[in-house]
Design a protein around this ligand. Structure first.
Ligand code: NAP
Length: 319
């Protein structure tokens, strides 16, 4: 069996590649620049077991030729400008790339390889602020950032192609998930790195925006299992993948600082770091994924946090 992963240089791409290789599936990773494929594949020991090719996902001809040539069993479309904060700074490029690349892949599947099954990465950000928690698959979308708007468009495109053309295309609505491979500009890695810098005297304070918001955080290596299960199902569908509970950013920082014996007065709130619009609390209902996909998840975020901290300190951090 053959799979294409777009965004293989990112966090999820690396963990997914490792799982697919272990299942005996031939993996081709699509990157925008062959010279920059990140550290994830090397760190997980699968760099030599995947084919890497450079393509412009925004170019329909390149994608058509790729799909015609490979006729893959599965495509996992993970490539995206994935940061909410960045999307407020660069709304045009975020929306253009995220939506256009997804549409190119759907069109290529429809025209040249209708048997290919697609996993499309969408996001809990699509739901925005909701009055009824937990969020489930049929909660109305209310996107509150350019990133969320781009992912909502991808979600609707996937549904439309599934219903109109009877394709096995699936939208994975993932809530925040973390690992040692998460890029350092994202919240969890940012606070882990800064906490270590404070502990080792390289920095005085941790400066943060609104930390009284709550999010549903999970563990990336477990979440990629659900992506594979979706494309292996007899029928295509959309699934929420989440831990099922939210934790405040403040409690995460406090846990980390206490774990490392750092005074809590090293935390400074900077209102300039607040976002133009912010979701206060969000958590999902993973019962459909557990029941229908047989996906198993039972790990608290404090355990994940400690695990990532130790892994990062041992393998990536230089004190
Ligand atoms: P990530 O680490 O930020 O990886 C994003 C990937 O997309 C990277 O391989 C990146 O390539 C690629 N990419 C970005 N802009 C591109 C462009 N213009 N052209 C080609 N490739 C581009 O993201 P992740 O955490 O693995 O997430 C995977 C997917 O799940 C993303 O679509 C994300 O939006 C979605 N998602 C993630 C989370 C989460 O908590 N992690 C939650 C919900 C949904 P470079 O290495 O070249 O930059």
């Amino acid at each position: 069996m053959k799979a294409i992963i777009t965004g293989i240089s990112g966090q999820d791409g690396a963990y997914l590649a490792k799982r697919l290789v272990h299942k005996g599936i031939q993996v081709t990773g699509v990157v925008r620049n062959e010279l920059f494929i990140g550290t994830g594949l090397d760190y997980l020991g699968v760099r030599g077991q995947v084919e890497i090719i450079q393509k412009d996902l925004g170019n329909a001809n390149e994608i058509n030729n790729l799909i015609k040539d490979k006729r893959p069993d599965f495509i996992f479309n993970l490539a995206a400008q994935s940061s909410v904060a960045e999307s407020f700074k660069n709304p045009h490029s975020t929306i253009l790339f995220n939506v256009h690349s997804t549409l190119n892949i759907l069109e290529a599947i429809r025209n040249f390889s209708p048997e290919t099954r697609l996993y499309q990465a969408t996001s809990s950000e699509m739901f925005g602020s909701v009055s009824n928690l937990p969020i489930c698959e049929n909660t109305l979308l209310n996107p509150q950032s350019p990133y969320a708007i781009s992912k909502s468009s991808c979600h609707h495109l996937v549904r439309n192609y599934r219903e109109s053309y009877n394709l096995h295309v699936n939208s994975g609505i993932l809530f925040n998930h973390e690992s040692v491979l998460r890029r350092e500009e994202f919240f969890i890695m940012k606070i882990i790195k800064t906490a270590l810098d404070i502990k080792y005297g390289k920095q005085d304070i941790l400066e943060v925006g609104n930390i009284d918001i709550k999010r549903d955080f999970g563990h990336a290596p477990h979440y990629v299992n659900a992506m594979i299960k979706m494309v292996e199902m007899d029928e295509p569908d959309d699934y929420i993948i989440c831990s099922g509970e939210s934790v405040s950013l403040r409690s995460i920082i406090h846990h980390l600082f206490n774990y490392l014996n750092i005074d809590l007065d090293r935390i400074k709130i900077n209102k300039k770091l607040y976002r133009p619009s912010e979701i206060i609390d969000i958590y999902g209902d993973n019962s459909k994924a557990k029941k229908e996909l047989g996906w198993y998840y039972n790990i608290t975020f404090t355990k994940i946090l400690e695990r990532i901290l130790i892994e990062y300190q041992n393998n990536f951090y230089h004190d």
